[in-house]
Every structure is written in C-alpha cells, then in structure tokens.
Design a protein around this ligand. Structure first.
Ligand code: MN
Length: 281
C-alpha cells in the first residue's frame, strides 16, 4: 500500500495529522495501524465529545468519524465541530465511517456537514484514495466554500437545520415564481437521475460527470444543499471512474431527492397540483 503522498519527506513535524474518532477498541487498533502504515500521525478520541474537545485544542488535517458512539455520536459531533470551526474560520474535512446496510446514513452524514464516507469494515485501498483526496487543500477549500455559502444566518433558525431546502430564503428570492422554479427542479432532476443511472450502467464517465455537474448547479439554485454536495461527489466519482462510489452516491442522491420532494409536498405554500410525479425507473 502506498503511503499518503505528502509534499516533502516526512519529518515528524511534516506528517499529516488524523483524528480518529471511534469507540470500539478493535476498530480503533485496526484503523490506527492502517493510518500509521500510510505515514500519518494518529490521535484517537473515543467519542464525539472528546473529539470536539480535541479539535478545540489542536488542528488536524482530516477527521475519521465513527457514527455510532456513546456520549456524543458522530452526527452530533460533526455539527458541533462545524459550528465551532465556522467561528474560527477553520475547516477540517470529516470522513464518516458508516456501518454497512445503514440505509440513509450516508445522506445523513452529508446533511450534518461531513465531507465523505467510507463503509465498515474499512477497505484500505478505498481509505487510501479518500485520504489522498481530502489531504489536498483545494478540495477542502471547495467544501469550506460550500459550507459557508449554505450556512444559515443565525437569525433564521425557525426552520429546522435538517430541512432539505430553506423555503423562507427561497420565497424571498423567487417570490411568486417559486412554485414554478421548484416544479421545474423536480422534473429536471427526475430526468437527470434517469440519465445518471444510464451513464453508470454504460460506464460512460463523461456523460456522468456532465449530468452530475448540471444537477449540482440546479440543486444549489434551489438551496438543496445535500443534493448539491452529493452531486459534487458524484462528479468526482465520475472523474475517478469509481463506479462503486458512483452507485452508492447516486443512491444517496435519490434518497435526498425523495426527502426534498416529501418536504415540499408537506409545505403549506406548495400547491399539490403543481407537483408532477416524476418518472421513476
Ligand atoms: Mn461505534
């Protein structure tokens, strides 16, 4: 296994630092060994609360975050870390470590502010690729930018931070045309998803990147931030020709789209006649 490519030879000071947040002792040992083999410095936190305290005291290049933990789980810890970092103008990429078969977990990871996810048991090859990606400043800055763009103004807390879109903001922005914009969004997204699935089944990475890019843009326009993020990852998976990642991310994207639609259908200002049920494959 290749070491993580850092710029220079690694004296102790130049080693990249990873915060591993994991409550299970066996999983801790395995992950620490892997990370050390990659030439990384590892600090372990046994739960989310200790992770938050650690981030407040030191800085890390990347955080590997277990989701299920006592005291404070990975979702709560991520939200707390993102709140803290926003005040400090810092941003540490967080990779969730998710248990297999936890449907909806990946989507939830992105929703609370994590940047990426990897399934348990950790595959060293996949971990290597993801760490190499997130140790590059340009990718981290891009997500920091996205996070800043979608950060809710502190006065706007009446709508839940879990709401898939911020209707108050959208209403201010689009006014009377909002229903029309959202209807177009739902229709075009349904079509993009069909095209995305087809591109994946044909292993056509150029088409996949193009559709993912379009979907990223339109999701951002209606403030569907989870979808925008997932589409960004899909675009990246296309670039890497990582078809497994592309499939997983598409699944998360479809789930996220379903929650956006469910949310809109429940919204009192959304006229149900305007909803054209999308073609599902
Ligand atoms: Mn755990």
């Amino acid at each position: 296994m290749n070491e993580i490519k850092t710029n220079e030879t690694k004296s102790n000071e130049e080693k990249k630092r990873v915060l591993l947040v994991e409550d299970n002792i066996v999983n801790q040992k395995v992950a620490v060994l892997l990370l050390q083999q990659f030439g990384l410095d590892v600090v372990v936190a046994e739960n989310g609360l200790l992770a938050l305290q650690s981030v407040q005291q030191e800085s890390y290049d990347v955080i590997l975050m277990d989701c299920q933990m006592p005291e404070m789980d990975g979702f709560e810890a991520t939200k707390a870390i993102r709140r803290y970092e926003a005040l400090q103008n810092r941003y540490t990429p967080i990779i969730a470590v998710t248990a297999l078969a936890m449907v909806g977990d990946q989507e939830r990871c992105i929703a609370v502010g994590m940047d990426d996810y990897i399934s348990k048991p950790i595959d060293r090859y996949v971990l290597n690729i993801k760490l190499n990606h997130w140790l590059q400043k340009e990718f981290v800055l891009r997500n920091q930018e996205l996070a800043r763009k979608y950060a809710q103004p502190s006065g706007l807390q009446s709508e839940s931070e879990y709401d898939p879109v911020n209707l108050t903001e959208l209403r201010d922005y689009y006014g009377e045309d909002l229903n029309d914009v959202l209807k177009t969004f739902i229709e075009s997204t349904s079509n993009y998803i069909v095209s995305i699935k087809q591109s994946i089944s044909e292993h056509d990475h150029e088409s996949l990147a193009r559709y993912a890019h379009e979907l990223k843009g339109s999701s951002a326009s209606v403030g569907a931030k989870q979808m925008a993020k997932l589409a960004l990852y899909l675009e990246r998976a296309a670039g890497l020709r990582d078809w497994k990642e592309a499939k997983d991310t598409t699944e998360a994207l479809v789930n996220s789209f379903d929650s956006v639609r469910a949310f809109l259908e429940k919204s009192p200002t959304w006229s149900s006649e305007a909803v054209v049920l999308p073609i599902r494959d």
